[in-house]
Ligand binder design. Structure first.
Ligand code: ADP
Ligand code: MG
Ligand code: ZN
Length: 606
């Protein structure tokens, strides 16, 4: 039956058929031309002997009269309880007969049983139909088996390895796959099997999707791409059908690449919890089956990308499936510089940009953020009526990406501005005096859309991969510097330090629970860090007594850093006043200006 395809149409037709049918059964067609009259008119006609014939049924009388001119007319009247009716009719010589129309037992049966039964069956059919088809119209099960996977050939992605910067290891691993797709014979001759599945794992925005597109561009083979979220369907079995379809297409086009983005949406660990969804499990099972269906020589390479490799089902990661894992990590300083260069080459820039300085200022930024920084810089240049992106555009847009746009017209009272200036200079003085600590790069009290009222930017000279205990302690001291200045100068504290407090606590906590840097505990892991790239809160794994001890230890670390910061600032209280006044006046001062004042002050202090 084709009715599955057009449930709405089907519903309409059913309703029309039912309406026609029931009107026939329930309301017998009236005889043509019979006019409804009242009973007394009927009796009058009888008396005047003009009635020639009458048809009697349960509730109506249809009768025919003869007019004096010889024409006949039909009338109808509602039958009322009249015991003399029959004798009256016969006495007036009317030919009359009964009608079985309204009284037939089979008809009664139809009305009381047949129609409800038919209705019930039709409604049941309708509901079953609706539940089966995933959506109205085009998406019915029969149409799913038709092509759903889009086909991308290299022209479409337009990306190559030169578009991806700072991921040299990943590119190297993937170029082997490109070679394999170009010349599978070279590998099969020797008997080598290439990995069937390659998993790109890393934090968001590091270029996983970009890498997959670049592989397609380099390999010059058909590229089937589908995102995990496309498998999230309301109706069971649809995802599995899509997988089957995708792989059927792919094997017909081998050698080719199948790319499944965000695979964690379908590849989550199966568990026995009630929350696990049947549909997802079916889809995953289908994927596992299809991957086993290929042998290593059929030259279909399956790429997948995820932010959460820890949540993937172990069956997906076993040898023969996604057995090769390529980490795509956040770029290091050289990588950031290279990424900045790639994106800057797409916009018109000054010839002598210092990309290294920007790379140093953006520790921890992902490729996507760096691309965004360059774009923001270009937008800023246009806003300011220039047609070339300058160094200061990029520097400003680094701050935009970190802290949001400047709120030039935010209303902040002079008194508050003063507190903010002292707070920021407090941070900066501790940063300058406390070794080891990254040099101060810039201090500003221009508020930002992120809610920051001012900030002190520190930029390290080189990339740090290890954090020493001294580093961590001095970072905490710098964070407490802002509050310390407020306390010393104004004798009070403000809510402005809440963000500093949060950061300091996080550092101190991980010193105690994960890095074994406290005097209380030895090298004992008190927290588990989750193995995903999306951050997430670590979980305590210790008794509640130990948890209380941890809190105490964290507090004592921060307290001693705070004491140290107070000491540094009160030793330099004159410089604090001078620098705060300067910052209030200029709103933004560079690290060099700051250091110049700090160093010159040194001389006239004594
Ligand atoms: P994800 O890892 O989340 O899939 P994408 O590949 O979608 O990240 O990256 C988003 C954008 O960020 C890319 O389109 C590109 O412009 C930029 N980008 C990210 N990483 C890099 C990189 N290593 N080199 C150049 N651009 C990059
Ligand atoms: Mg992606
Ligand atoms: Zn602060």
């Amino acid at each position: 039956m084709k009715i599955k395809k057009y449930p709405l149409f089907f519903t309409a037709v059913t309703i029309i058929i039912l309406a026609v049918f029931s009107s026939i059964v329930l309301f017998p067609t009236k005889q043509k031309g019979s006019e409804i009259t009242d009973y007394s008119f009927f009796l009058n006609c009888l008396e005047s002997k003009s009635v020639t014939s009458a048809e009697l049924s349960d509730n109506v009388i249809i009768y025919e009269t003869k007019n004096p001119d010889g024409s006949s007319e039909r009338f109808e009247t509602v039958r009322i309880d009249d015991p003399d009716l029959v004798s009256r009719l016969s006495s007036h010589g009317v030919s009359f007969y009964g009608s079985s129309q309204n009284t037939s037992p089979s008809r009664n049966f139809m009305v009381s049983w047949g129609i409800p039964a038919i209705l019930a069956v039709l409604i049941f059919l309708l509901i079953r139909n609706k539940l089966r088809s995933p959506q109205y119209g085009t998406n019915s099960p029969s149409s799913i088996s038709k092509s759903r996977a889009r086909i991308y050939v290299n022209k479409d992605t337009g990306k190559s390895f030169s578009d991806v910067a700072g991921q040299e290891e990943a590119k190297e691993a993937l170029s082997e796959i490109v070679d394999f797709l170009h010349e599978p014979e070279k590998f099969t001759e020797i008997g080598a099997k290439l990995p069937k599945g390659v998993l790109l794992a890393g934090p968001p925005g590091t270029g996983k999707t970009l890498l997959a597109q670049a592989v397609a561009g380099e390999a010059d083979v058909p590229f089937f791409s589908i995102s995990g979220s496309e498998f999230v369907e309301m109706f069971a079995g649809v995802g599995a059908a899509k997988i089957r379809d995708l792989f059927r297409q792919a094997s017909a086009k081998a050698p080719c690449i199948v790319f499944i983005d965000e695979i964690d949406t379908i590849g989550k660990k199966r568990d026995s919890r009630m929350t696990s969804s049947d549909e997802r499990e079916q889809t995953l099972n289908q994927l596992l089956t299809e991957m086993d269906g290929f042998d290593g020589r059929s030259a279909v390479v399956i790429l997948a990308a995820t932010n959460r490799p820890d949540s993937l089902d172990p069956a997906l990661l076993r040898p023969g499936r996604f057995d090769r894992r390529i980490p795509v990590e956040l770029p290091d300083i050289a990588g950031r510089e290279a990424i900045l260069r790639v994106h800057a080459s797409k916009v018109v820039t000054d010839t002598n940009l210092d990309f290294n300085a920007i790379a140093r200022a953006t520790a921890g930024a992902s490729g996507a953020e760096l691309a965004n920084i360059i774009n923001e810089a270009a937008l800023r240049a246009v806003r300011n009526g220039r047609n070339i992106v300058s160094q200061s555009d990029i520097e400003e847009s680094v701050e935009v990406v970190i802290a949001g746009y400047q709120r030039k017209n935010a209303v902040i009272s002079h008194n508050e501005k003063k507190i903010i200036a002292y707070h920021e200079i407090g941070h900066a003085i501790v940063a300058a005096k406390e070794r080891p600590s990254a040099p101060v790069h810039k201090i500003t009290i221009i508020p930002r859309t992120s809610g920051a009222l001012g900030y002190t930017m520190q930029v390290d000279d080189s990339e740090k991969n290890l954090v020493t205990k001294e580093d961590a302690l001095s970072r905490i001291a710098v964070l407490t510097g802002g509050r310390s200045a407020e306390e010393l100068v104004f004798g009070t504290c403000t809510s402005g330090a809440s963000n500093d407090i949060e950061k300091a606590t996080r550092i101190a906590r991980s010193m105690v629970t994960r890095c074994g840097m406290s005097s209380q505990f030895d090298m004992i892991a008190l927290e588990t860090a989750s193995d995903n790239y999306l951050g997430g809160e670590p979980e305590l794994i210790c008794s509640s007594e130990t948890a209380a001890l941890i809190d105490k230890e964290v507090n004592s670390i921060i307290a001693s850093a705070h004491r140290k910061a107070l000491g540094i600032i009160s030793d330099n209280i004159n410089k604090l006043h001078k620098l705060a006044a300067l910052l209030l006046e200029k709103e933004t001062i560079s690290g060099d200006e700051f250091m110049a004042v700090l160093d010159s002050e040194k001389r006239d202090d004594y």
